[in-house]
Design a protein around this ligand. Sequence first.
Ligand code: 5GP
Ligand code: ZN
Length: 114
Amino acid sequence: MENCLFCKIAEGQVPAKIIYQDEDVVAFEDINPQAPHHILLIPRRHIASMSDLTLEDGPMLALLFITADRLAKKLGLGERGYRFVTNVGPDAGQAVFHLHFHLLGGRKFSWPPG
Ligand code: 5GP
Ligand code: ZN
Protein backbone atom coordinates (compact mmCIF):
# COMPACT_ATOMS: atom_id res chain seq x y z
CA MET A 1 0.00 0.00 0.00
CA GLU A 2 1.25 3.48 -0.88
CA ASN A 3 2.43 5.67 1.97
CA CYS A 4 2.50 2.85 4.48
CA LEU A 5 5.75 2.84 6.44
CA PHE A 6 5.71 -0.89 7.19
CA CYS A 7 4.86 -1.82 3.56
CA LYS A 8 7.94 0.22 2.62
CA ILE A 9 10.08 -1.62 5.18
CA ALA A 10 8.76 -4.97 3.88
CA GLU A 11 9.63 -3.91 0.33
CA GLY A 12 13.10 -2.67 1.32
CA GLN A 13 12.29 0.96 0.42
CA VAL A 14 12.81 2.14 4.00
CA PRO A 15 15.80 0.71 5.89
CA ALA A 16 15.29 -1.40 8.99
CA LYS A 17 17.27 -3.98 10.93
CA ILE A 18 15.61 -7.05 9.48
CA ILE A 19 15.86 -10.06 11.80
CA TYR A 20 13.93 -12.53 9.66
CA GLN A 21 11.87 -12.55 6.46
CA ASP A 22 10.09 -15.01 4.23
CA GLU A 23 7.32 -14.90 1.65
CA ASP A 24 4.63 -13.91 4.17
CA VAL A 25 6.26 -12.44 7.27
CA VAL A 26 8.91 -9.82 8.07
CA ALA A 27 10.51 -9.25 11.49
CA PHE A 28 12.63 -6.19 12.26
CA GLU A 29 13.93 -4.25 15.25
CA ASP A 30 11.74 -1.48 16.63
CA ILE A 31 13.35 1.95 16.12
CA ASN A 32 12.46 2.99 19.68
CA PRO A 33 12.94 -0.16 21.78
CA GLN A 34 10.96 -0.49 25.00
CA ALA A 35 12.92 -3.50 26.24
CA PRO A 36 16.37 -5.05 25.63
CA HIS A 37 14.71 -7.03 22.83
CA HIS A 38 11.93 -5.29 20.87
CA ILE A 39 11.08 -6.79 17.50
CA LEU A 40 8.10 -6.04 15.27
CA LEU A 41 6.53 -8.84 13.25
CA ILE A 42 4.33 -7.95 10.29
CA PRO A 43 2.57 -9.71 7.45
CA ARG A 44 4.04 -8.65 4.09
CA ARG A 45 0.51 -8.02 2.83
CA HIS A 46 -1.01 -4.76 3.99
CA ILE A 47 -3.63 -5.27 6.71
CA ALA A 48 -4.40 -2.13 8.74
CA SER A 49 -4.94 -3.79 12.10
CA MET A 50 -6.26 -6.84 13.92
CA SER A 51 -9.76 -5.45 13.24
CA ASP A 52 -9.34 -6.25 9.55
CA LEU A 53 -8.37 -9.92 9.88
CA THR A 54 -10.50 -12.66 8.35
CA LEU A 55 -10.50 -16.44 8.76
CA GLU A 56 -8.38 -16.68 5.61
CA ASP A 57 -5.54 -14.99 7.47
CA GLY A 58 -5.32 -17.98 9.82
CA PRO A 59 -2.25 -19.66 8.26
CA MET A 60 -0.38 -16.33 8.02
CA LEU A 61 -1.14 -15.61 11.69
CA ALA A 62 0.00 -19.05 12.77
CA LEU A 63 3.26 -18.52 10.89
CA LEU A 64 3.68 -15.12 12.50
CA PHE A 65 3.16 -16.48 16.04
CA ILE A 66 5.41 -19.49 15.45
CA THR A 67 8.11 -17.24 13.96
CA ALA A 68 7.90 -14.94 17.00
CA ASP A 69 8.39 -17.87 19.38
CA ARG A 70 11.29 -19.19 17.32
CA LEU A 71 12.97 -15.76 17.35
CA ALA A 72 12.36 -15.42 21.09
CA LYS A 73 14.06 -18.78 21.71
CA LYS A 74 16.95 -17.73 19.45
CA LEU A 75 17.35 -14.60 21.58
CA GLY A 76 17.60 -16.76 24.70
CA LEU A 77 14.11 -15.91 25.98
CA GLY A 78 12.79 -19.48 25.91
CA GLU A 79 13.10 -19.95 29.69
CA ARG A 80 12.38 -16.49 31.04
CA GLY A 81 9.60 -15.65 28.59
CA TYR A 82 8.50 -12.62 26.63
CA ARG A 83 5.48 -10.53 25.75
CA PHE A 84 3.74 -10.56 22.35
CA VAL A 85 1.15 -7.83 21.79
CA THR A 86 -0.67 -5.84 19.16
CA ASN A 87 -2.26 -2.43 19.63
CA VAL A 88 -5.63 -1.68 18.01
CA GLY A 89 -6.93 1.88 17.72
CA PRO A 90 -6.48 5.04 19.78
CA ASP A 91 -7.00 3.69 23.32
CA ALA A 92 -4.24 1.14 22.76
CA GLY A 93 -2.00 3.76 21.14
CA GLN A 94 -1.75 2.24 17.67
CA ALA A 95 0.50 4.60 15.70
CA VAL A 96 1.23 2.61 12.53
CA PHE A 97 -1.75 1.25 10.63
CA HIS A 98 -0.15 -1.88 9.19
CA LEU A 99 -0.79 -4.86 11.45
CA HIS A 100 2.22 -5.52 13.66
CA PHE A 101 2.96 -7.52 16.77
CA HIS A 102 5.52 -6.38 19.33
CA LEU A 103 7.84 -9.10 20.59
CA LEU A 104 9.29 -7.73 23.83
CA GLY A 105 11.77 -9.45 26.08
CA GLY A 106 14.86 -9.25 28.25
CA ARG A 107 13.24 -7.55 31.25
CA LYS A 108 10.33 -8.11 33.62
CA PHE A 109 6.98 -6.69 32.47
CA SER A 110 4.22 -5.56 34.79
CA TRP A 111 0.63 -6.73 34.64
CA PRO A 112 -1.83 -5.11 34.17
CA PRO A 113 0.00 -3.03 31.53
CA GLY A 114 0.00 0.75 31.74
P1 5GP B 1 2.17 0.92 17.65
O1 5GP B 1 2.14 2.03 18.66
O2 5GP B 1 1.49 1.29 16.35
O3 5GP B 1 1.70 -0.40 18.19
O4 5GP B 1 3.70 0.68 17.36
C1 5GP B 1 4.41 1.25 16.32
C2 5GP B 1 5.85 0.92 16.57
O5 5GP B 1 6.59 1.20 15.39
C3 5GP B 1 6.49 1.76 17.69
O6 5GP B 1 7.00 0.88 18.69
C4 5GP B 1 7.59 2.54 16.98
O7 5GP B 1 8.75 2.72 17.75
C5 5GP B 1 7.85 1.72 15.73
N1 5GP B 1 8.31 2.49 14.58
C6 5GP B 1 7.80 3.67 14.14
N2 5GP B 1 8.45 4.09 13.05
C7 5GP B 1 9.42 3.15 12.80
C8 5GP B 1 10.42 3.04 11.79
O8 5GP B 1 10.58 3.86 10.89
N3 5GP B 1 11.22 1.94 11.85
C9 5GP B 1 11.09 0.99 12.83
N4 5GP B 1 11.95 -0.03 12.80
N5 5GP B 1 10.14 1.07 13.78
C10 5GP B 1 9.32 2.14 13.78
ZN1 ZN C 1 1.23 -1.50 4.92
